[in-house]
Write a protein that binds this ligand. Structure first.
Ligand code: M6R
Length: 612
């Protein structure tokens, strides 16, 4: 949700910042802007729309070559996506430029105060108050920019990453963070600030993740971090393990297609080092095993696609461990006064590790005495840092807004954790056999991808459908939800996922001749579930639906009921989502392409949702 880049060093600051923004555009693409300091004056360009529009503006109206700059790509919250609401925001005296990610909750109160003192506002954003407050704070004799920002931050409520420059300090960028991410990139005689390491990975892989309520002063040769009171803060460096190719398209038309095709590797990487002699090994899990032995309930909390991974986890956890498990949308969790205590383990699932709804649910659960395990893809991000323990998914950077490889690795990770729990609690199940099945999943995803071509033609076939329905049973139900979410977010089509057994309780009224219904069929050897879904298929066909059946390669029963048949490899019911979701991802990406939409950056969305 908004991408931020700051740079100080010998290179062309405009180039470094624009290159960084390109890698952060997944975080928001409603507008983009950049500010530099030239001859003691703030100079800026900002334009509504994608980064390309700002780049065209810079070609026609270039900035002078400077060595300090800040840049922003926006996902709009306060004020529509137009030029004046684009960041940076400049103080009335023209000396301060501010970029911001997050929401300043008390901005109305602060704005009223500034209006009363005669400040003229140029935008409808919450951010602009910071530019004016900072300018006021800098008007005090001998004021330092970092001191001024610290004092302003103390007046703000909400979530914010702020990065600022001041006309009188051409070699300095100052940043602050509360609840939204900000990472420092440590270079040689140059330093970087960004919402995500992707922005500076081509220059340095050494990073520092800023902590909660910290301020950083960035110069070419120094980085100084304090808390909001100005006390020096402890920081720890880490090395980014993935390389620049991982953040590039590598010959694919879109990041999403690249990421779909990376899924076999992502699954294998997530399992790497976690299986030994057909047992699960989680050496780096910072949990006392007694905690895992004593819990009597699990609550999973997450949003969007990660929530769907959580729904699948519930089936695996309850079946393999017999521990009761609930799954709850993170945005609802803390507002309903849930019953929590130290016997309840919370699992927070998040690709980015920054989703505000999930972060707030995590904090709330810990305040109530529950332990939190994060399942996360982003090293050093806020949710794992604020959890009691973390298991990282090793999907690598996921750039496309629609989540694919992160989802599959989340599902794999919950299998790993559920089997580990079963092991720790002395389950009598044949865990070795289950671990072998999980290990086979990477190769099975590969098989699906090798035979995916016919799915692409389906998009052309159904591009004019007014609605697409997805049905499934058991773990096929969350897969149906995920298939529908992908189609909504990428192809802007009405799509719904249903538990197939629920059709008769209402949704079947949506079926009319020609409506495409995508059916996720459980393995044929799971005869009870299989028989039931065959009945559901007949119910929709009897009402004229066109059935697109996703079924195992040996399943010849469903063939006769399929208008279109998509084959997936055989696997146990609980593991089937890892293969059955892949054709649905490809279908949605292809549908967006056929309709001429932007696959990687669908409208109104952002990759990392850092507002509640
Ligand atoms: O980073 P997170 O996993 O916490 O993100 C959660 C959702 O915002 C995310 O999965 C979203 O639903 C995706 N765009 C779906 O493709």
């Amino acid at each position: 949700m908004c991408g931020i880049v700051g740079y100080v060093g010998p290179q062309s600051a405009t180039k470094v910042v624009i290159d960084g923004l390109r890698r952060l555009e997944y975080r928001g693409y409603d507008s983009a802007g950049i500010a530099t300091i030239q001859d003691g004056l703030i100079t800026f360009r900002k334009r509504a729309g994608k980064l390309g529009i700002l780049e065209s503006e810079l070609e026609q109206n270039p900035l002078l070559n400077t060595h300090t700059a800040i840049g922003h790509t926006r996902w709009a919250t306060h004020g529509g996506p137009n030029d004046s609401n684009a960041h940076p925001h400049i103080s009335a005296d023209g000396k301060v430029a501010v970029i911001h990610n997050g929401i300043i909750e008390n901005f109305t109160e602060l704005k009223n105060e500034l209006l009363k003192s005669g400040v003229d506002f140029q935008s409808e954003t919450d951010t602009e108050v910071v530019a004016h407050l900072l300018s006021e704070a800098m008007n005090v004799k001998d004021a330092e920019l970092a001191d001024a920002l610290r004092s302003v931050c103390k007046r703000l409520r909400g979530a914010f990453t702020l990065v600022v420059v001041h006309a009188d300090h051409p070699d300095l960028v100052v940043g602050a963070r509360r609840n939204s991410p900000l990472v420092v990139g440590l270079g040689t005689a140059e330093n970087f600030l960004a919402s995500d390491v992707a922005a500076f990975i081509e220059h340095t892989r050494t990073a520092i993740e800023l902590g909660q309520d910290q301020v950083v002063e960035l110069r070419a040769d120094s980085v100084h971090v304090t808390d909001f009171d100005g006390n020096a803060a402890q920081t720890s460096q880490y090395e980014v393990t993935w390389d620049i190719q991982a953040a590039e398209k590598s010959g694919y038309d879109t990041f999403m297609l690249k990421e779909i095709n990376e899924q076999p590797k992502a699954v294998a990487d997530t399992l790497l080092g976690r299986i030994r002699d057909n047992h699960i090994v989680l050496d780096d899990l910072k949990f006392d095993l007694d905690v895992l032995k004593s819990i009597d309930k699990i609550i999973i909390t997450a949003c969007g696609t990660a929530y769907h991974a959580g729904l699948i986890a519930k089936y695996a956890i309850e079946h393999w461990t017999r521990i009761p498990c609930e799954v709850e949308l993170a945005s609802e969790f803390r507002y309903r006064d849930p019953v929590l205590n130290e016997k309840i383990l919370i699992i927070a699932i998040s690709q980015s590790g920054e989703t505000m709804d999930t972060l707030m649910a995590t904090r709330y659960a810990r305040e109530q005495g529950s332990k939190v395990l994060a399942i996360c893809n982003t090293q050093g991000s806020t949710i794992p840092r604020e959890s009691d323990a973390v298991i990282y998914t090793h999907a690598g950077p996921e750039i496309a807004v629609a989540s694919t490889k992160a989802f599959i690795t989340q599902v794999i990770t919950v299998y790993v954790f559920a089997l580990f729990l079963a092991q720790v609690r002395g389950s009598s199940m044949d865990i070795e056999a289950l671990v072998r099945e999980v290990s086979d999943m990477s190769a099975k995803v590969d098989v699906v991808l090798d035979t995916i071509e016919p799915v692409k033609q389906l998009a052309e076939q159904f591009k004019d459908a007014s609605s697409v329905l997805f049905i499934g049973r058991h773990v096929g139900f969350p897969v149906a939800l995920e298939g529908a979410l992908k189609l909504k977010e990428l192809a802007y089509m009405h799509a719904e996922g249903f538990a197939a057994g629920e059709l008769k309780h209402g949704p079947i009224a949506l079926i009319e001749p020609g409506v495409p219904v995508i059916v996720i069929v459980p393995p044929a050897k799971d005869s009870v579930l299989h028989e039931k879904i065959v009945s559901n298929i007949q119910e929709v066909r009897a009402r004229g639906a066109k059935t697109i059946i996703v079924a195992e390669e040996n399943d010849d029963i469903v063939e006769q009921f399929a208008d279109y048949l998509i084959r997936i490899p055989q696997c146990p019911t609980l593991l089937q989502p890892v293969v059955s979701v892949v054709p649905l991802q490809v279908f949605a990406a292809e549908m967006a392409t056929v309709k001429g939409y932007d696959v990687d950056q669908p409208r109104n969305l952002a990759k990392s949702v850092t507002v509640e």
